[in-house]
Design a protein around this ligand. Structure first.
Ligand SMILES: [Zn+2]
Ligand SMILES: [Zn+2]
Length: 123
């Protein structure tokens, strides 16, 4: 599949990538049908997001169709049309329990999508 990849400050490219696979029982794979570009993506472009990992596919605002879910996913199933939340969270840490999921302490939590893990500017 094609993905729009952050390669370093000011350097992006459309690259061929492997299709994603379920890595965690709470994962879902979504086939993106629409995605948008956010000012935060421009911040990555300008080098203003030091935690952005070179090599990741950017994009954290998209909708699509669920293709596959991990064994612990219970609210969506393959074929469902979904909006993807910019924040990923564990639901169990102090911040998640108090509604501040953007501060989730999980290594994949907070704003990780399209910043520290592959995002939605892809198929
Ligand atoms: Zn955004
Ligand atoms: Zn959390």
């Amino acid at each position: 599949m094609l993905g729009y990849v952050y390669r370093g400050k000011g350097d992006f490219a459309l690259e061929e990538r492997e299709k994603p696979v379920i890595r965690d029982p709470k994962d879902a794979i979504v086939k993106v049908s629409l995605a948008s570009i956010c000012t935060s993506d421009l911040h990555i472009k300008h080098g203003s997001v030091p935690r952005a990992v070179p090599g990741i596919i950017v994009g954290h605002e998209m909708v699509g169709i669920v293709e596959e879910t991990g064994s612990q996913v219970c609210r969506v199933k393959a074929g469902d049309r979904v909006t993807v939340n910019v924040e990923t969270w564990c639901g169990e840490c102090f911040f998640c329990q108090h509604g501040y999921v953007n501060n989730c302490t999980d290594p994949q939590g907070g704003w990780a999508l399209g910043c520290r893990i592959d995002g939605g500017q892809a198929e």
